[in-house]
Ligand binder design. Sequence first.
Ligand SMILES: Cc1cc2nc3c(=O)[nH]c(=O)nc-3n(C[C@H](O)[C@H](O)[C@H](O)COP(=O)(O)OP(=O)(O)OC[C@H]3O[C@@H](n4cnc5c(N)ncnc54)[C@H](O)[C@@H]3O)c2cc1C
Ligand code: SF4
Length: 476
Amino acid sequence: MQLLFADQLGPHFDLGGEILLPEVISQFAKRTYHRQKAHLILYALRSRAKDPRVTSVKLGSYRELLPESITEVIHPTSRPMLALAESLGASILPPRGFASSFEDWNEYSEGKKTTRLEDFYRLQRVRHNLLMDGETPESGRWNFDQENRLPPPKGGTGVVAPWAPVEDELDAEVRALLDELETEGVRFIGSDGARKFAATRQEALDALEHFIEHRLDLFGPYEDAVDEREWSMSHSLLSVPMNLGLLDPVEVAQAAEQAYRDGRARLESVEGFIRQVVGWRDYVWHLYWHFGPDYTGSNALAANAEVPAGLLSLDPDAFESRCLSESARAVGENGWAHHIQRLMILGNIALQRGWNPLQMNEWFTDAFVDGTPWVMPANVIGMSLYADGGQMSTKPYASGGAYINRMTNHCGSCKFDPKKRLGEDACPITAGYWNFLDRNKERLSGNFRMRNAYAGLARLGDISEIRSQESARTQL
Ligand SMILES: Cc1cc2nc3c(=O)[nH]c(=O)nc-3n(C[C@H](O)[C@H](O)[C@H](O)COP(=O)(O)OP(=O)(O)OC[C@H]3O[C@@H](n4cnc5c(N)ncnc54)[C@H](O)[C@@H]3O)c2cc1C
Ligand code: SF4
């Protein structure tokens, strides 16, 4: 019998025989999950269990699994689950649900001191013949990042609203179960609300088709923009069904390419999207294994401050900074925020304030509907917090309020002024940026890519005032 995990639910994980599908409710008591994340996991599991070949078992713990009944398992996505699979003595088949194998990665990374997304991504394009014109990239360019950086337009983006599921009796059943758990004392964060993400194979296909038809064309231009009027901008919201194993990234990328070939979506958008799906997603998956089990404990910048309780509980009223408050609100309402909110607002502020990387990694994993153990370390420990000392990124993604002012429409309704670094209305992100550079001068000023930033710091005549102001700041 094949053992199936909760992130292996689509047809590409099905070996065709009898399936054992565990449901382990106790996991919700061990960590503080977003309520909508718990809902999605349970809904997806129970839908999959309707297949007559599936035997669903409710367990108190994965350790209750009986080894004699399990013959095969597809390589799990995390070390603890891999150890479990190994302990069962079942045969472990190569991973699925990604667009490259361990062998592909080994061939690419062997002998390299550092890996680069761009090199890996180009190999992925060639390997899957995506947006290729023979041996060269379509239109002669691999990368359209320069075109894909528009700020939110004043009059609204005009993007079509995302696909949304129609809730059914299984949603009601799951909601009642989660209410019961809450009554018994299990704590969730975030609000309950209408389900927004695909959690069955059919829903995943519908969501993919809707995105390709109605939203992909504008994906590129507004990829980095945050607009308070459009919670999802032109993003696909497909990380949830992909991370549940309901969609294969290659089918997603091929559908996007077809839209370009048919003239339904512009090249800049399709290239940008394919880069995310078969580039970044596979890249961080391989880095999870590549960096090893101790990576999440990295803390190269000695960042030991506690993550504020207001963020842990997703309380927007805990913050006066509009960008932080609105990001906490978005995650509270949807269990989701887009890449720039994660990296350039939440990650950037955590980096500046020295919030503990491991605590941030755990918070991101539990608070986001698409959070998984494999996706977070490279994104949080590496890319956002530079806690790995530069293994993932060549320099920290630190920026001041000017970036947020350009790429979002938060600052216009904020009590702070993004241009000010001192005084009552000094922007905590602008002042925080200079304070971060100053605090980490010894560690970072030798980094060639930080040369301009440190030249800017050297020109400031008021850094000691900024230092005192920011060390006394109690309210963000
Ligand atoms: C601090 C931080 C935390 C993140 N946490 C998660 C997470 O919990 N789960 C997750 O899947 N992604 C995560 N990402 C990556 C990215 O932000 C999300 O994949 C994306 O916002 C999901 O929304 P979407 O499906 O609409 O994505 P789109 O913008 O439509 O992108 C398409 C797809 O590309 C993939 N992708 C793009 N960038 C990345 C990346 N850096 N890592 C992995 N996949 C990527 C995702 O599968 C995504 O669905 C994180 C990034 C950062 C900086
Ligand atoms: S002014 Fe500063 S704190 Fe306010 S929204 Fe802009 S960047 Fe954020």
